[in-house]
Design a protein around this ligand. Structure first.
Ligand code: ATP
Ligand code: MG
Length: 306
């Protein structure tokens, strides 16, 4: 079964697509059959970063039932072992897919026959992003070491938390739950998923228990990108601690990726950054991250915290 890595982040431009393309290359270079899926629907541009000028087919063909199997939407890239499902050609009307279509897509993704699947997601907290981010327990958050980006990560984690609780209820039940939470905790409850969770535990103890186990099973990772020399190298760990303290959501700090002007040059020239600038610190960071991803979750914990 493929290891699936959704890549999301609260803020546009933090480097999700660049990291997806670069990490995909690292995994492919280690012989892993790797698939990149561009689900930044409405703003898909991953193909440009992996030298596929204009993909002749993609995800929209699957949605519009032009093809019956998601595998048929896959295109080759110039790199051996690296494949793409492009999100280009999609109209803005797919930017918020009906839940049934998302479920169908998620099932189709989990049946694809690859070693590693990386999913590039849109910025922000749209339902598409939240739902696809939870397709696997290994989601990667990408942020830059700036307060605005960090705030957005916090917001994204909080939205994921709310969305997960929402999955356990139908619309009427969830509305009732929110009302109970407001009664118990006042207006602040609407922005604090941990208070909603306390209400769940109080009025539906079994659901509360199941939800807690479910949330605990997620092993989300944080990558800080565009880190400059003068930035505090510890900030990633600090963010994870703050999120854990306030939301009770455990996030692993996976590492920093250094800022390098050559990233811009490589993207403009439509060449692989890793191939053109392999001896930079950024390339080294990316190779290290890719190596960590190849370890199963149990071992990964040890490596990440060593
Ligand atoms: N490590 C880095 N060093 C220097 N520049 C970088 C780095 N990573 C990304 N960038 C710059 O940031 C820009 C945005 O990156 P990218 O398109 O990957 O962001 P994104 O998070 O996918 O944005 P969006 O949310 O709009 O899809 C790139 O065009 C590149 O110029
Ligand atoms: Mg992007």
């Amino acid at each position: 079964m493929a290891q699936i890595w959704p890549i999301g982040g609260g803020k546009g431009g933090s480097g999700k697509s660049f990291l997806a393309s670069a990490l995909g290359r690292v995994l492919a270079s280690h012989g892993k059959k790797t698939l990149l899926i561009d689900l930044d629907l409405g703003a898909a541009n991953l193909h440009t970063m992996i030298e596929v000028p204009y993909p002749e087919k993609g995800f929209s063909d699957f949605l519009r039932k032009k093809i019956s199997s998601l595998q048929d939407a896959v295109v080759r890239t110039p790199m051996e072992n690296l494949f793409l499902i492009s999100g280009a050609n999609d109209n803005l009307d797919v930017a918020n897919l009906p839940y049934e279509q998302k479920l169908k897509t998620m099932r189709a993704i989990s049946r694809l026959d690859y070693d590693c699947i990386l999913i590039d997601l849109g910025a922000g907290t749209s339902f598409n992003t939240l739902d696809f981010f939870m397709i696997s327990q290994n989601g990667i958050f990408v942020a830059t070491p700036e307060p605005t980006s960090i705030e957005n990560i916090y917001r994204l984690v909080r939205a994921i938390y709310f969305r997960r609780i929402r999955h356990y209820y139908n619309a009427a039940e969830f509305k009732n739950l929110e009302e109970q939470s407001l009664l118990a905790f006042g207006s602040g409850a609407s922005s604090k998923p941990e208070l909603l969770m306390q209400t769940v535990k109080k009025i539906h103890p079994q659901k509360g228990f199941d939800l807690e186990r479910d949330l605990d099973s997620f092993k989300f990772n944080l990558v800080l990108n565009q880190v400059r020399k003068q930035d505090n190298a510890e900030i990633g760990r600090q963010i994870c601690r703050v999120i854990e303290r306030h939301l009770g959501f455990h996030i692993l700090f996976a590492g920093n990726v250094s800022y390098d002007d050559h990233v811009h040059d490589a993207i403009c020239q439509r060449v692989s950054f890793l191939d053109r600038y392999p001896y930079t610190r950024t390339a080294n960071d990316l190779r290290e991250l890719g190596k960590q991803m190849m370890y199963p979750a149990g071992e990964q914990l040890q490596i990440l915290y060593s």
